[in-house]
Write a protein that binds this ligand. Structure first.
Ligand code: AMP
Ligand code: MG
Length: 421
């Protein structure tokens, strides 16, 4: 039996970052950039106004006040999207809307609120030919967004390695890009095994149960940035298992569930040994001890990593959280697969007598005193998936800690910051 760290290190040593691909920015959500994004032009492309107001020469507004306003001639009305080439003369102002380029000669924007604009009837603003009273002196450069203040042409607006999130998609879009170059998403082939397992929606005879794992694990694959592919359910025979695994050998990783413990029909390990090589198959953790890892040999000689998850639904999810997530992140070229770990006060007694690291399902909330508290979400049997559903964290009770008592501070790995309602 190996430690969680050693198991993870062996898996990470095996899997590799995938080659880059070009995809529309929106599809790249969660992928890492494979190259710098060099700006082709400045953003903003021109000096423009940050406010609706009047473009002025600051010198024309010196000493302006409500008691003694400075009156300027309004020579134009400028909307965003239009450029005015004519230079502003002394004593002149251009009525200007947010985002419109600042006309030449103007060096400050006086917001409407600092003029007599709000005192006018709707529709009575001086588009041209009228005057505006300025109530406050404008500082040079006031309310002007400078050309290139966000991004300069030729600069890396985003650097290789950056994970594409909403703001990166916004930056790519503002640079006019319709594609991003990112490391390819891994395709993860998922196979459930067991004579008792039936696909949801199918007929369920006595003694049979619906497949909780395939779709649960597929959801994790997708959440972590991979592309799940379902291979169905294999009977507990070497032949059926072999045939179905062969159908998934073109994937980047194969994930099976069940068939890895010591039972009579636990044939996953046998098939892995025959069709590839087993690296390890038990980890010092709870739930999820019977976890196999190895590689299948594809017809083209490629060695396809195989994560053999335990059958119990909670075990398979916890194991995929601990090992599938880092593997997918590495293939995606992403750093930081680690979940945040917080210190929280347990309100339960957590017993851990068998020398394994105990990842108990719990919910972390903030108490009235501002501290974080952890409550177990119910029975911790590895088949009890509803207590996983109610959880936002997993306790990390060390292998050598036989119990944590109410009031003790413990480490909790946050698998989610949302609190299930
Ligand atoms: P095994 O590893 O085959 O001994 O399975 C351990 C436990 O997990 C058994 O109670 C199985 O019935 C259950 N199990 C295995 N696969 C699934 C699955 N896909 N969905 C729900 N339960 C499962
Ligand atoms: Mg079984």
């Amino acid at each position: 039996m190996i430690s969680v760290e050693e198991a993870r290190a062996r898996i990470l040593a095996f899997v590799e970052r995938l080659p880059p691909e070009r995809v529309p920015p929106l599809e790249a959500l969660g992928q890492a950039l494979a190259e710098d994004v060099i700006a082709g032009f400045d953003i903003p492309p021109l000096d423009n106004t940050a406010m609706d107001g009047y473009a002025v020469r600051a010198a024309d507004t010196v000493d302006a006040s409500e008691a003694a306003p400075r009156t300027l001639a309004v020579v134009a009305d400028l909307a965003a999207g239009y450029v005015r080439e004519t230079a502003l003369g002394a004593g002149e102002a251009v009525r200007i809307m947010t985002g419109a380029p600042v006309p030449p000669g103007a060096d400050a924007i006086v917001p409407f609120e600092e003029t007599d604009e709000p005192l006018r009837e709707p529709g009575q603003s001086p588009a041209r030919g009228g005057t505006v009273a300025v109530f406050k002196a404008a500082a040079p450069a006031a309310n002007i967004r400078r050309r290139g203040e966000d991004i300069l042409a030729g600069q890396a607006a985003l650097e290789a390695g950056r994970v594409v999130r909403a703001s990166e998609i916004g930056v790519l879009s503002s640079l006019g890009r319709t594609e991003a170059v990112v490391y390819r998403r891994p395709e993860v082939a998922i196979l459930s095994t067991g004579d008792e397992i039936v696909t949801p929606g199918g007929e369920r005879r006595p003694g049979q149960i619906y497949d909780a794992n395939a779709h649960g694990v597929a959801a994790l694959v997708r959440a972590f940035g991979g592309r799940p592919r379902l291979l169905g359910i294999a009977r507990d025979t070497v032949d059926d298992l072999t045939a179905r695994i062969r159908a998934g050998l073109d994937a980047d990783m194969i994930v099976t569930s069940a068939g890895v413990s010591r039972g009579d029909f636990d044939v996953v390990k046998d098939v892995l040994a025959r069709e590839g090589a087993i690296d390890f198959w038990t980890v010092r953790m709870k739930p999820g001890k019977p976890l196999a890892f190895g590689a299948f040999e594809a017809p083209d000689g490629r060695r396809v990593p195989h994560l053999g998850l335990p059958g119990n639904p909670v075990s398979s999810m916890v194991a995929f959280e601990l090992f599938g997530r880092p593997a997918i992140f590495k293939m995606l070229g992403r750093e930081g697969w680690e979940r945040p770990v917080v210190r929280a006060v347990t309100r339960d007694r957590i017993v851990n007598t068998d020398g394994r690291r105990f990842f108990a399902r719990c919910i972390v909330t903030t108490g009235d005193d501002g501290r974080l508290y952890a409550d177990l979400t119910g029975p911790q049997g590895s088949g009890i998936l509803t207590s996983m559903s109610a959880a936002n964290g997993l306790t990390i009770i060390p292998e050598d800690l036989p119990h944590a008592d109410p009031g003790d501070e413990i480490d909790v790995m946050m698998i989610d910051w949302e609190r299930p309602a």
